[in-house]
Design a protein around this ligand. Structure first.
Ligand code: NAD
Length: 384
C-alpha cells in the first residue's frame, strides 16, 4: 500500500496540526516524537515487497533543489511513528540546506526495522533494497544518504537499486565519512560565537566541554586541542576515554558534562540534550555543538537567551556534513567542500548579527534567513 500526500500550496490548517498521533521516538528511549506541521510536498509509505517492512520517504521541499536527507533505520512502535519522524526530520533538512545557502531541498528516509534483535543478513539486505526501490520511484526528487542505524556499506546495497544516493564510501568513488567536515564547520561556528561573545574569534585558552566523543565529537575535540582550547570531554561509552587520554583532555562523568562551568558547551551526542530541567543548571557562556535537535523544545532558545547563554542554532552549526555529501553530487572537489564548511563561520556571523539587529534569538534569526531564501526562490509555502 502506498499513501501519497501530494504538494499542497495552502498553509496547514494549524501550525500545530499534527499529521499523525504522537508515539515512540527514534532518539532516546521512550521519548515522544512531537507533532509535526504537515506542509510537505510528498509522503510516500510502502510495505517492501521483499522484506514486508514499511519504508518511508518524506519530501518537505524541493524549492531550492532535490530533497537531500539521510535514511534512518530504526525500530518504531508503529509505522505511523516512523512516518512522523520522517516528516519532522525532512522539514529540518529544508531549513538546514537553506540556511547553508545550498541548492538543496529537504527530505528524509525511514526504514521501520522489526522489533527484537538487530537486523542483519538477508533481512537487512531486503529492507535496504526495498528502500532503494522507493527512492528510485521518486525519480531524483529525493536523494538519500547515511543516518542513524545506516552504515556506508548499507548505502552500497541501496545503490544497487537507485543512483540517487550520496555519501558513498571513498572506495566506491564517494566522498566518504562526512564527520571531519562537520567538525570543521563546528569549529568555524565556535569562532563566530567567540567573536560575538568575547570580541575575539580565538579559541586558544577557551574552556570547552565536548559531550559525546563519537565520529564528530572526537574530530572536534582533536581540532580544538590543536587550537589550544582547554578541553574537557565526556561520553556514556567509557571506552571513549582513550580519546581523552590521547588528547590530554580532562574526562568528565556523563551527566556532569552539561552542567560544567565553561565558555563553550558542545553537545555532540543525541538530540534533546538541553531540556527544561537541566537548562537552569547550565554554567556555560555558549552552546555550540554538532548534535541535531539539541533543544528538547525550540521554545528553550528563548530561555537560554534570558539566561544570557548564546545558543548557536544546531542546523547552522552542523551543516558541514550536508555540504560534504552535497559536494559528492558535484564530483566532490575536496577543497571547495572544505571552503564551504569553513563558510559556516560567516554564515553564523550573519545569523548572530541579524539576531542582534532584530532583538530576536539566533534560532529565530536563522529560521528567518532560511525562510527569506526559500521565499525568494518561490517557496512562500515553506515552513511556518
Ligand atoms: P556517533 O554515534 O558517532 O557519536 C555519538 C556519541 O555520543 C557516541 O560516542 C555515544 O556513546 C555518545 N553519547 C550518547 N549519549 C550520550 C550522552 N548522554 N552523554 C554523552 N555521550 C553520549 O554520532 P556522530 O556521527 O558523531 O553524530 C553526533 C550528533 O551529530 C548526532 O546528533 C548527529 O545527528 C549529529 N550530526 C552528525 C553529522 C555527521 O557528519 N556525522 C552531521 C550533522 C549532525
Amino acid at each position: 500500500m502506498s499513501v501519497i500526500a501530494t504538494r499542497d500550496r495552502r498553509p496547514p490548517a494549524s501550525t500545530n496540526g499534527s499529521a499523525l498521533a504522537p508515539g515512540a521516538a527514534s532518539e532516546g528511549a521512550g521519548a515522544a516524537i512531537p507533532p509535526v506541521p504537515f506542509d510537505h510536498e510528498e509522503l510516500v509509505i510502502k510495505r517492501g515487497r521483499r522484506s514486508g517492512r514499511h519504508v518511508i520517504v518524506a519530501v518537505h521541499s524541493t524549492t531550492l533543489g532535490p530533497a537531500l536527507g539521510g535514511v534512518r533505520l530504526w525500530r518504531y512502535a508503529a509505522p505511523t511513528d516512523g512516518a512522523r519522524d520522517a516528516l519532522r526530520l525532512a522539514r529540518g533538512m529544508t531549513f538546514k540546506a537553506a540556511a547553508a545557502g545550498l541548492d538543496l531541498g529537504g527530505g528524509k528516509g525511514v526504514i521501520c526495522a522489526p522489533a527484537g534483535a538487530a537486523t542483519d543478513g538477508t533481512q537487512r539486505r531486503d529492507m535496504l533494497l526495498d528502500f532503494g526501490d522507493l527512492v528510485d520511484s521518486l525519480g531524483g526528487r529525493y536523494i538519500t544518504a547515511e543516518d542513524v542505524g545506516i552504515s556506508p556499506s548499507d548505502l552500497v546495497v541501496i545503490r544497487e537499486r537507485t543512483e540517487h544516493v550520496t555519501g558513498m564510501p571513498a572506495d566506491r568513488g564517494g566522498s566518504g565519512d562526512p564527520s571531519p567536515s562537520t567538525a570543521l564547520g563546528v569549529e568555524a561556528a565556535m569562532r563566530a560565537c567567540a567573536r560575538e561573545r568575547f570580541g575575539s574569534s580565538r579559541l586558544a585558552g577557551r574552556r570547552v566541554v565536548v559531550s559525546g566523543l563519537g565520529h564528530v565529537g572526537s574530530n572536534l575535540a582533536r581540532r580544538l586541542s590543536l587550537a589550544g582550547a582547554e578541553l574537557r570531554v565526556s561520553d556514556i561509552d567509557r571506552e571513549r576515554r582513550s580519546v581523552a587520554d590521547a588528547l590530554g583532555a580532562e574526562w568528565i562523568a556523563p551527566g556532569d558534562d552539561l552542567v560544567a562551568e565553561c565558555d563553550f558547551l558542545a553537545p555532540c551526542a543525541l538530540g534533546g540534550a538541553i531540556d527544561a530541567s537541566n537548562l537552569p543548571l547550565l554554567r556555560c557562556e555558549i552552546v555550540c555543538g554538532c548534535a541535531n535537535n539539541q533543544l528538547a523544545d525550540e521554545a528553550l532558545a528563548g530561555d537560554l537567551a534570558e539566561r544570557g547563554i548564546l545558543y548557536a542554532p544546531d542546523f547552522v552549526v552542523n551543516a558541514g556534513g550536508l555540504i560534504h555529501v552535497h559536494m559528492e553530487i558535484r564530483g566532490y572537489p575536496e577543497e571547495q567542500a572544505r571552503r564551504l564548511a569553513l563558510g559556516t563561520e560567516d554564515n553564523l556571523d550573519r545569523v548572530l548579527a541579524a539576531a542582534r539587529d532584530r532583538s530576536i534569538t539566533p534560532l529565530e534569526a536563522a529560521r528567518e534567513l532560511a525562510r527569506e531564501r526559500l521565499e525568494a526562490a518561490g517557496g512562500a509555502r515553506a515552513a511556518a
